[in-house]
Design a protein around this ligand. Sequence first.
Ligand SMILES: [Zn+2]
Length: 119
Amino acid sequence: MPDASAHDSLGDEDLAAYRSVLEELRTELEHREALKREGADIPIGDITYGKQAGKGSGATERFEDVAIHGQVAQQLAAVEQALARIEAGEFGVCPGCNQAIPIDRLNIIPWAATCVSCA
Ligand SMILES: [Zn+2]
């Protein structure tokens, strides 16, 4: 009997891929946070991560949108929460309806906490 809180379509390899994309995002966001604190003008469009990881290829564009809107701190929190959910074995499961979040959604937004209906 599989754990009810685990995503039924995600194996260890998939989770490792998401973790690696999320960790890259976290590193980049922390870097941007630090630059922002120093008052630096943060250039947009210099992001290269995510492209080498097939699973997270959609995250790059999405992330640039977020960065443009200046929500770096908020984004960083979401990424950290997603990493915590991977550690807890809850990644990819919507807490609202307890259903698996579709892989397509996770590939575009790896830090998505909920399914589209509950978002
Ligand atoms: Zn839901």
